[in-house]
Each structure stands twice: as structure tokens, then as C-alpha cells.
Ligand binder design. Structure first.
Ligand SMILES: Nc1ncnc2c1ncn2[C@@H]1O[C@H](COP(=O)(O)OP(=O)(O)OP(=O)(O)O)[C@@H](O)[C@H]1O
Length: 263
């Protein structure tokens, strides 16, 4: 089985079982270079599990994952991937914000070497980009939830990865911050960064998402582009939480149900 030369991430027939239950069933998907793909679906549909399986963080029961063209089992270039886990999964309360962001540079440093001037500049710029420069010396544990999320994003930015995998990165962030980070992600994808992002609602991210993959009870039920009318971001919540009725594989499902505009 071959994968596309532009694919930075791909999986075929991916199955995951946890605790005796099959969580993901025969998932095929890919993320291409410079593409931003949203992973959508109701609570418990398997989005986080899929992301973790793609990164080798949970065991795969069947199927294959490729990262940058290498099978997951042989992949070693983890510096090419930045991962922003779901909030609350990676807090180290006593570390300072700067220390957390500095760990994003680990893959670039040689063992036992201090941070280089380049490392420090990248860390400073990453803190600046998420608006946390003034909080750099604070222990991360005293920051608000949204500020902690920004620190995790800064760590991913500091890694200068080619693929960012993010699990609800904008949850708990105010709208202005969501917009400015979306703008930043848009600039980075224009420069060749690829993004796979778990979202509950598209919100401002609709502006930069090229394609969405929707899961329902562990099955992929949609993989396609956003409709042009989705670019205003109003449709995401409807898209992210399909109702209990049988799924119709119709891209119309990704159309906003209520744009709030009168007739
Ligand atoms: N370690 C585990 N053992 C057993 N079941 C698990 C485990 N991890 C996840 N699950 C189950 O897998 C299903 C999918 O969970 P997952 O966290 O992937 O969903 P999600 O789509 O990311 O949900 P949410 O939108 O609520 O974050 C859920 O029913 C969950 O209970």
C-alpha cells in the first residue's frame, strides 16, 4: 500500500480497542503538507483516541499509520511533530511558563548543552505570539486555564514542527485570542505547516480549515471540504455534534443550520 508523497500523516484501516471495547473502526485518513484538517464529532466519538493512535500514544489493534512517509513503528523524527494535548493532560504545576515552552526546543538541542541564542529567541517569540511574555517567569500552575492552554501552544510553536496535532487548542480561550491564534496558524500553514486539529466548533478556525473529517461512534462518516458558507465559522457546533438520527453521508450536513441571518 502506498501513500501520497504530500501526505505528512496517513492511516489506513486503523482500529483501536481499549478496555475491551472497539473505539475506532477502519479509519482511513490523511493530512497533506500545508493542509489544515479539522477532526470533528460528538463527545466520545473517538477524536482524542484517533489523535493518540496516530502519534503512537495508544496501541493500535489493526491497520497502519504513516508519519512523513514512515510507518509509525519505524518513525523516529518526533521533532517534526508538535502535539498540543487536551487541556489538563500535561500540567506540571511548579515549572515556569518559560520552562514549559523551553521543552519545545528539546529535540533541537544536543544532550547536556545549554539553550542556544537561537533557542532563546524562538522561545521568546513563541511566548510573544501567544501573549504570555509577561508571565514567562510565573509557575504554570497559577495561570488561568486559558493561559495554560496558551503556554502549551507556545511550546508547540517553539518546537518549529512541520505538523501540529492539537486537541481542542482554542477551548477556554477568549474570542480575540482565538482569532489572533487562528491568524497565526493561517500564516504558518501558508509557510508549509500542516495541522490536524480536534475541534468541537469551528469558530474562527473555519477561516483556515481546508478539510474536515467527522467521526461518529468510532467510524469516519465524512471527509471533505467545508462549504464556502462555513467560512464564517457559524456552522461548527452543528457539525461537531451530529444528532442521534442515522447519518446521511451528504456534505450538506456540514452546512450551517442557522447562520443567524434573516431572510
Ligand atoms: N483508556 C480507555 N479505556 C476504555 N475506554 C476508553 C479509554 N479511552 C477512551 N475510551 C472511550 O473511548 C471513547 C472515545 O473517547 P475519546 O476521548 O476518543 O472521544 P472524543 O471524541 O475525543 O470525546 P470528547 O469530545 O468528549 O473529548 C469514549 O467512549 C471513551 O470512554
Amino acid at each position: 500500500m502506498t501513500i501520497g508523497s504530500e501526505d505528512v500523516l496517513a492511516c489506513r484501516d486503523l482500529c483501536v480497542s481499549l478496555g475491551g471495547h472497539q473505539i475506532l473502526v477502519d479509519i482511513d485518513m490523511q493530512v497533506r503538507r500545508a493542509e489544515a484538517v479539522a477532526l470533528l464529532g460528538a463527545n466520545g466519538s473517538g477524536k482524542s483516541t484517533l489523535v493518540k493512535a496516530l502519534l503512537g500514544l495508544v496501541p493500535i489493534s489493526a491497520g497502519t499509520v504513516w508519519l512523513f512517509g514512515e510507518p509509525l513503528s519505524r518513525f523516529t523524527q518526533w521533532q517534526r511533530i508538535g502535539y498540543v494535548p487536551q487541556r489538563g493532560q500535561s500540567s506540571v504545576a511548579n515549572a515556569t511558563v518559560r520552562e514549559i515552552v523551553s521543552t519545545g526546543r528539546l529535540a533541537h538541542r544536543r544532550a547536556f548543552r545549554r539553550l542556544s541564542a537561537t533557542d532563546r529567541a524562538v522561545i521568546d517569540e513563541s511566548l510573544e505570539r501567544v501573549g504570555l511574555s509577561a508571565r514567562a517567569k510565573d509557575p504554570i500552575g497559577i495561570l488561568s486555564g486559558g493561559q495554560q492552554q496558551r503556554a502549551l501552544l507556545a511550546r508547540a510553536l517553539a518546537s518549529q514542527a512541520e505538523l501540529l496535532v492539537m486537541d481542542e487548542p482554542l477551548a477556554a480561550l477568549d474570542l480575540d485570542t482565538q482569532k489572533s491564534l487562528t491568524e497565526l496558524f493561517g500564516t504558518l500553514t501558508s509557510d508549509g505547516l500542516s495541522i490536524l486539529v480536534v475541534l468541537h466548533g469551528l469558530g474562527p478556525m473555519a477561516q483556515i480549515i481546508d478539510r474536515c473529517v467527522m467521526l461518529r461512534t468510532g467510524h469516519k462518516v465524512y471527509d471533505g471540504p467545508l462549504e464556502p458558507s462555513d467560512a464564517n465559522g457559524t456552522g461548527g457546533h452543528h457539525r461537531a455534534a451530529p444528532g442521534p438520527e442515522p447519518y446521511l453521508p451528504d456534505p450538506g450536513l456540514v452546512r450551517p443550520l442557522d447562520t443567524g441571518e434573516g431572510h
